[in-house]
Ligand binder design. Structure first.
Ligand code: SF4
Length: 377
């Protein structure tokens, strides 16, 4: 069975205004102690992974020396056909680091661009500008990366459809292979959330947000990027294998503060603080803050809630093989009828037999994917 390894690098130079992920201020000594712990954990892992993903935080903030140590520690897991991704931010990536990534087997780079508009980047509290974003993409291409993913955000308070169209035209013109587009959300305990509470900024209205998303869904496929998951678009063959593992309900191991692991119907989450993580490891105390054993039905519901976000939707046969349940048996009575009535779902129909083989989101369903996922739970 496929499985994934995730390594969290919990450091950022500064906190973006919208971000509620855990991250600590970077210091070389703290990061050094942290990487030593991760290396020891990696030594203790002896299984096969189909994908590796180093995410953050900001993995590219690590010094060349620490990146070298970390990537060398991952050597034993490398396989020729494996997808190996590292996240980077434009301000902290350079040719030396990019060369090291490639030398150590990293074959996919994800760049946190978010926008090509300096004013928008400022509003988001990003510390890079559009020029640095372009440079990071060009450097990655020049270094030899053939699988580049770019993260974008839409829907800041001052943005209109035209501005988002310009951002999309820029990102589509970058000759990358994968684009993720996330709508801005105001997460509790972030500076942006507090600014909204104090009426210093007004969130965009739902109709404009919907218009931006609808435009994205038609524009990027016309430029060759298939819409394969609610927020993700890829050239054929460049869908993110690591995320497909999550969406296919395959097991994964997460190392690092707040990282989540999912193994044999049980899910656990690590403690959030990097110092606490190091301290616990050194003292031999459990790193897990929270663990839950999922019942068969709960696991099946969660598998449905995640899988429906993909373009393929839920194939009944896949679902039965994966969870042991018939899809409709796990849902509360009437849930499916309601979702069909609201035109959020449609059936997958076999071209030859004309039988119903599963369900997928409609175009409206993609706009309200969270509603559909919640209904399944
Ligand atoms: S760089 Fe990423 S993880 Fe760090 S604060 Fe910004 S959004 Fe959050």
């Amino acid at each position: 069975m496929k499985s994934a390894l995730y390594i969290h690098i919990p450091f950022c130079k500064e906190k973006c205004l919208y971000c509620d992920f855990y991250s600590a201020q970077y210091s070389e000594s703290l990061a050094g102690s942290y990487i030593s712990v991760i290396l020891k954990q990696l030594q203790g892992l002896n299984q096969d992974f189909s994908t590796i993903y180093i995410g953050g935080g900001t993995p590219s903030i690590l010094s060349l020396n620490l990146l070298d140590k970390l990537l060398s520690g991952l050597k034993k897991f490398l396989k020729s056909d494996m997808e190996f991704t590292i996240e980077t931010n434009p301000e902290s990536v350079d040719s030396e680091k990019l060369k090291l990534f490639l030398d150590k087997g990293v074959n996919r780079i994800s760049i946190g661009v978010q926008s090509f508009d300096d004013k928008k980047l400022k509003t988001l509290g990003r510390i890079h500008d559009a020029r640095e974003a372009m440079e990071a993409i060009e450097l990655s291409k020049k270094a030899g990366f053939k699988n580049i993913s770019i993260d974008m955000i839409f829907g800041i308070s001052t943005e209109d459809l035209k501005a988002w169209q310009a951002d999309l035209a820029n990102v589509a013109g970058c000759a990358s292979q994968h684009i993720s587009c996330y709508s801005l959300s105001y997460e509790k305990d972030t500076p942006l959330f507090r600014m909204r509470e104090k009426n210093r900024i007004a969130p965009l209205d739902n109709e404009t947000m919907a218009e931006m998303y609808r435009y994205t869904m038609s524009y990027l496929p016309a430029k060759g990027f298939n819409h394969y998951e609610v927020s993700n678009f890829a050239k054929p063959g460049f869908e993110c294998a690591h995320n497909l593992n999550y969406w296919d309900n395959n097991p994964y191991i997460g190392l690092g503060p707040s990282a989540v692991s999912y193994i044999e119907s049980g899910r656990s989450e690590n403690v959030a603080g990097v110092e606490e993580y190091i301290d616990r490891y050194e003292k031999g105390v459990s790193l897990i803050a929270y663990r839950e054993n999922l019942s068969g039905v709960r696991m099946a519901k969660e598998a449905a809630a995640v899988k429906i976000r993909t373009k393929q939707g839920i194939d009944y046969e896949w679902f039965k093989n994966k969870t042991g349940f018939d899809f409709e048996d796990i849902l509360e009575k009437g849930v499916l009828d309601e979702l069909f009535k609201d035109n959020l779902l449609e059936y997958r129909i076999d071209k030859v037999t004309r039988e119903r083989t599963g369900i997928v989101l409609t175009e409206k369903g993609f706009l309200f994917s969270d509603t559909v996922s919640s209904a399944f739970l």
